[in-house]
Write a protein that binds this ligand. Structure first.
Ligand code: UDP
Length: 261
């Protein structure tokens, strides 16, 4: 249709015109962030209000602009990791349960920030704590997504000896997400041929196969999660979640980071 036309566009023309101006986002994603991504620049700031608010704004904006069904898995590493406790003499399983509880704290912080800007959310926990969140039930998670709620998966998988990377992979398979968006917080904005913080000749891959990541032991994500995603054909986009605007870029499928497929 051109400007010279004076008739009203029909429905398919209107949709095509809209698609030309609004970038097409993924339709259903799992966004994985480390707990440390919620921390602030000030020493000892476990959860930064400014950072959480910025992430919440980007998440809510993606929901409204692209209609993306969004599930979030946030780690607990800013508060506690299983390895923190084993170093201090705790047994591994107990320490891992403490780590899973840390993810619940982060999930509630994110939920609160996202809801403050009017975007409905649900926190679903793998360890029951009915007073503060719903138990994880796969079909309910999917229903929440279909109703436009942002779903936050807390308490990992509920099993010790795993990480939240693997939880994100499992949940992505269960809800049939198109992709896992793995946000990094260490300043490394994708998968590199070598550690870019140590080797100035390291180059970032725009995309890379699962088998190459495994063969070269490129530590983009927990290896259990990588092999799970390979077996279940779930691509992973590794990108820097700390740069403002990057969640929007990742969800709207702009070229960013590294796609492992
Ligand atoms: N964890 C676990 N099972 C799970 C998910 C997490 O035992 O299914 C524990 C584990 O101890 C882990 C901690 O929770 O170290 C926090 O998660 P993670 O280390 O993945 O957090 P992140 O590094 O992403 O902040």
């Amino acid at each position: 249709m051109t400007i010279a036309d004076n008739r009203q566009p029909n429905e398919s023309e209107a949709q095509a015109a809209l698609a030309a101006v609004v970038p097409q986002g993924w339709s259903r994603v799992v966004l994985k962030m480390s707990g440390e991504a919620l921390g602030g620049s000030k020493a000892g700031e476990t959860i930064s209000g400014d950072t959480v608010e910025r992430i919440a704004n980007e998440v809510a904006s993606c929901r409204s602009r692209f209609g993306t069904e969004l599930a979030i898995v946030v780690g607990g590493g800013n508060i506690w990791r299983g390895t923190t406790g084993t170093g201090a003499g705790l047994d591994r399983a107990t320490s891992d349960y403490m780590g899973m509880l840390a993810t619940v704290i982060n999930s509630l912080a994110l939920q609160n920030a996202i809801e403050r800007i009017g975007q409905p959310t649900r926190v679903l926990t793998a360890i029951e704590m009915a007073e503060i969140a719903e138990p994880y039930i796969r079909r309910r998670a999917i229903r929440h997504l279909e109703k436009g709620r942002v779903v936050i998966f807390a308490a990992g998988m509920g099993n010790p000896y795993f990480t939240t990377d693997t939880s994100a992979a499992l949940r992505a398979a269960e809800i049939e997400a198109q992709v896992i968006l793995k946000g990094t917080h260490s300043g490394v904005d994708g998968v590199y041929s070598a550690d870019p913080l140590k080797d100035s000749k390291a180059v970032r891959f725009e995309d890379i196969s699962f088998s190459e990541v495994i063969q070269k032991d490129l530590r983009a994500m927990d290896m259990t999660a990588i092999t799970f995603c390979m077996d279940n054909q779930i691509p992973i986009l590794v990108f820097d979640v700390m740069t403002p605007g990057n969640i929007i870029k990742a969800i709207s499928r702009q070229t960013i980071g590294t796609l492992i497929k």
